[in-house]
Design a protein around this ligand. Structure first.
Ligand code: GLU
Length: 304
């Protein structure tokens, strides 16, 4: 199906080598873009420098190339996009949406009377205080009490009321970094991304991001969230734990395992080069088959 305007992306954080879980996400996003003859961009999410590991961005890029996932154009870097985040923050501030907050995480937890799926809901302690900026002060955005609705490409219709889910959330952190929720919205808009394919752990963030797109007067991208690969402890594999790195010297076994994890039927002939794999796989890609994929333990995933 030709969809000329399609523009997708993969946005790894350079906190560790690419692991099987991020390979699965990269593959789904790559297949969606290429099967629609769209563009596929790479962004390095190095916003929070305290979590980034030196040299890891280059390592991730070389790994993607070894796996035959070639991106269009030059990679974007969040660390180089600070001026755009600042401009978005200023716009939200001018619109009267933002306020400074001096509450620590512990104070929020102690003061919160309600808890949402992501933990204590900020009780609005600093909402009316009109605090100025200062060291250790975060900037929060005042949320609305109206439901945000969207259709996820895999998980279907979603509704989230931000005041019941997270409350006023942080857009600029107390340690000086812009918050992920704001940065990703600015980045995706700047790059012209209209289809976000990423791990299902970010499904819960999507309403916040769509709402920010609305407030900034930007068109909403569509979203498709990919089932997560879980470790033996039932938690998402984490790059920071150096969990299960994939081997760029032997891409095919991991490519086939990722393809199978995504609910696709493995090839009869497994003696393929990386290029042959993609030529074979692209016309056969059926995203709806990911519905059969339940998030599961990678080690019990033995498709071969
Ligand atoms: N950088 C994020 C991660 O590695 C993904 C951000 C996104 O896809 O929106 O989990």
């Amino acid at each position: 199906m030709a969809e000329p305007g399609y523009c997708g992306r993969f946005a790894p954080s350079p906190t560790g080598p690419l692991h099987f879980g991020s390979l699965v996400t990269a593959m789904a996003s790559y297949l969606e873009a290429r099967a629609r003859h769209g563009r596929w961009l790479l962004r390095i999410d190095d916003l929070d420098q305290t979590r980034c590991v030196p040299g890891m961005a280059g390592h991730i890029m070389r790994t993607l190339e070894a796996f035959g996932m070639h991106w269009d154009g030059r990679p974007a870097w969040q660390s180089r996009n600070q001026a755009a985040y600042q401009a978005a923050l200023e716009r939200l501030r001018r619109d009267g949406r933002l306020y400074h907050c001096r509450c620590s995480r512990r104070q929020v937890a102690a003061a919160a009377t309600r808890s949402g799926p992501e933990g204590p809901i900020y009780p609005g302690t600093c909402r009316g205080l009109d605090l100025g900026p200062g060291p250790g002060r975060a900037t929060r955005i005042r949320v609305d009490d109206t439901p945000i609705r969207f259709e996820d490409g895999l998980f279907g219709p979603q509704t989230q009321n931000l005041s019941e889910w997270v409350g006023d959330f942080v857009v600029h952190r107390a340690d000086g970094y812009f918050a992920y929720q704001l940065a990703v919205v600015v980045d995706d808009h700047l790059a012209g991304i209209n289809q976000v394919v990423r791990g299902a752990d970010l499904l819960a963030s999507t309403a916040r991001q769509l709402w920010l797109h609305d407030l900034l007067g930007q068109p909403r991208p569509r979203h498709l969230h990919v089932p997560l690969v879980l470790g033996p402890d039932g938690k998402k594999l984490s790059k920071r734990d150096a969990a299960h790195p994939v081997d760029p010297a032997q891409p095919l076994p991991d490519l086939l395992a990722a393809w199978t994890f995504l609910g696709q039927t493995p090839p009869q002939d497994r003696d393929l080069s990386v290029e042959e794999f993609w030529q074979w796989a692209l016309p056969l890609w059926q995203p709806e088959r990911m519905k059969q994929t339940e998030s599961r333990d990678e080690r019990t995933t033995d498709p071969l």
